[in-house]
Ligand binder design. Structure first.
Ligand code: ADP
Length: 162
């Protein structure tokens, strides 16, 4: 039986930390769906289409990864996709509390689905989409944290706004 996993997140934008987790998940599971959350409440820097496009481009080298988007309950989406695993990345203890709570809630909503945590590489343990956006905005170097495609999109975004 093929095991399909969903890696959900805001990916606003996708970073090398996300890519690392997606690649490792793809080495374990038959199929990984990197799924961009359409979050109407949270003000995203990039549109859902842009976020998906960046994820698609930067993960195109991994054949068993597909990029999609979703809104509503993750548990419903995972079932709809006939997946049985949710992938989440862990950077530090500070991620743990939130992730643990979410995993328990998802277990309550979809007991047949397992949340699978992958620990990040130390190079990315302090990398987040929001820190990348902020550092870029204030003129800092982010090339070690995001692929070139994303770097170029950040440049476009911030020249549009200045
Ligand atoms: P969310 O808004 O759902 O937290 P993110 O895009 O910020 O969405 O993150 C999606 C998942 O990727 C989360 O499990 C998060 O902990 C993980 N993640 C984010 N940045 C990194 C990183 N640098 N290394 C490993 N995992 C990461």
């Amino acid at each position: 039986m093929k095991i399909r996993a969903v890696y959900p997140g805001s990916f606003d934008p996708i970073t090398n930390g996300h890519i690392y987790i997606a690649e490792r998940a793809a080495a374990i599971f038959d199929e990984v769906i990197v799924s961009v959350l359409i979050n109407e409440r949270k003000n995203a820097a990039f549109s859902v289409n842009e976020r998906c496009e960046m994820a698609r481009e930067t993960l195109s080298h991994v054949k068993n990864i597909k990029v999609d988007s979703f809104n509503g309950l993750l548990a419903d989406y995972v079932r709809q996709q006939e997946a049985s695993v949710i992938i989440r990345g862990l950077r530090a203890m500070s991620d743990f509390e939130y992730e643990f709570q979410m995993a328990l809630m998802n277990r309550k909503l979809a007991p047949e689905v397992e949340t699978f945590f992958i620990v990040t590489d130390p190079r990315y343990s302090y990398v987040s989409s929001s820190s990348v956006r902020e550092i870029f905005h204030f003129g800092g170097t982010v090339q070690d944290f995001v692929p070139e495609v994303v770097f170029n999109k950040l440049r476009e975004l911030y020249t549009k706004h200045t």
